[in-house]
Design a protein around this ligand. Sequence first.
Ligand code: GCW
Length: 648
Amino acid sequence: MNKEYSKLWLDYRPLDPRFTGRAAIRCPSRVDRQGAAVKELITALSAMLPAAELTFGADSAALIFECDIGDFLAEEEYMISADERGASVIGGSEKGLLYGVFDYLRMIRAAGSFVKMNKRCAPALPLRMLDHWDNADGTIERGYSGDSFFFENGRLIVDERTEHYARLLASAGINAAAVNNVNVRGDAVRLITEEYYPELAKLSAVFSRWGIALYISVDFSAPISVGGLRTADPLDVNTAYWWQQKARELFSAVPTLGGFLVKADSEGQQGPYAYGRDHADGANMLARAVKPYGGRIIWRAFVYNCAQDWRDERTDRACAGFKTFAPLDGHFDTNVILQVKNGPMDFQVREPVHPLFGEMKHTSVAAEFQLAQEYTGQQLHICCLLPMIRETLFFDTCSQPEHSRVLDRISGAAAVSNTGDSFCWTGSELAGANLYGFGRMCFEPQLTAEDILDEWITLSFGNDEQVRETLLYILLSSHKAYEDYTAPLGMGWLCKPNTHYGPDPLGYEFDRWGTYHRADRDAVGIDRCKTGYTSLYPSPLRELYSDIDTCPDELLLFFCRVPYTHILHSGKTVIQHIYDSHFDGYEQAVEFARLWEELEGRLDRRVYENGRKRLKEQLRSAREWRDIINAFFHRLSGIEDEKGRELY
Ligand code: GCW
């Protein structure tokens, strides 16, 4: 494991180096002076006021920072009132206080001085979680930032880096993290056995100091693989008893554990289907085992047939999650949270919003996003996901007359983490915006992507106006650019199989994964009225998506099968859009690289060089995408580019 790491946005710099007076921190005894909130304030103030005399207590001081806990606030809520002479931060608990301290520090760092402010804030979503796909051997599934900093050769590591990570997450508002891959393999199967308890307890204690609940991904068939039973049937009394004992043991060794994350009946992971049971049977059995300890089960809705026949046009993977879970609405125990991917397929650059968000009315649901850029350029390409995440959260599911946005209907959001042991944590510095921004967006979704990026840029790179403007422009245009030169109009799945990097338009076409575009010489796209998918949405969404005249351009080929000459709302034909977007997307990548070069000398050398290297690869890859996808559709359709550009 690489032990060197950047402090990222928590690198406190002097704010007022000339201030030599006294700065006092005051807090009543109900505030824990050894707790994370007060400690963070001390760390920050010592760095920001390097010449000041920092004291605790009531004697006179030029700057006064008061911390308190107030019962009138909710647990994670806080209130700040501040001016040039200091601040008072009150939290509903130590956790709320911590969030308040971080917010206050963010504000004064962004402003560059002790500003006047008044704010009362509580997080919009109660659960704000990161899912790590780290394997016990130290590798990371779909990891693009090096190896794991949680695991090495089967061992769980808890060190300074872990603590800094927890701080980073807390400062972004994250309050839960699952540390191992949902595909539970190798030594990770035994994470829930005694040999791991001491380290798990240590990790959980570090996390909980920063307000983060530790979750473990578990193998549904653990009663067999770990316990030596003959069955993992959720309705078998021995299975249920085994999990109850396991939970008792685990929670007494690791009292601050949050619970389990489960991928069942999915891509080779065992689940209740093996025993003819449904997913409520499976989830509830586990939920009852952890309930006495306040534990929760995060149960994934990513269930589909991954051994499909491409000739079968009636089975539609997009319908699978809905068909599995919609009939179970109301059957889940209250400590089960159903974790639903943002779209019905699998983290493509553009997908419609999952219909389960509107459908599940009596189930706690969390939205799942993927910060790890599996299908969005693997952190070699710049792809800021914040606009997409926000669009999903604000999407109106039309499932009831009011409060029907995704945001109103979910109790949490989780994201597959994009971190690893690379120096800057996320392989590419710019990918750090996704990590920071995801947490911030779940906390205060009224902030736009631009607001959050603005904050992140200043905290990470300082106040240089050109840096701010350039990074803001690149990040805000990056998702559209990536969509343009890869898979426009909602097509998806034009990438190479397995690695999911680079173009291969037929790579998934004759395979078993249910991922087809069915392009032929005349037409492209899937008629999802025929597969029954559009009917999973309530009116008026179902009508909107069913009709080629009303379906939004960016999702047209997801929902409809149309001839290449079909005219989009933009006035272009489908084929011309494919050509144009690939040329435009590539040009955007060229522009990003050009703008980046102008930042030479304005960014830290390491950051600049890392970005330059990655942009070089982005350019090479974007050109490959452009030429292969355009050549593919040109050869298939036989239609020339209106603008006469070379299509190969
Ligand atoms: O996107 C797919 C990935 C798998 C992943 C799976 C999932 C952890 O290709 O690597 O497995 O999704 O979400 O479970």
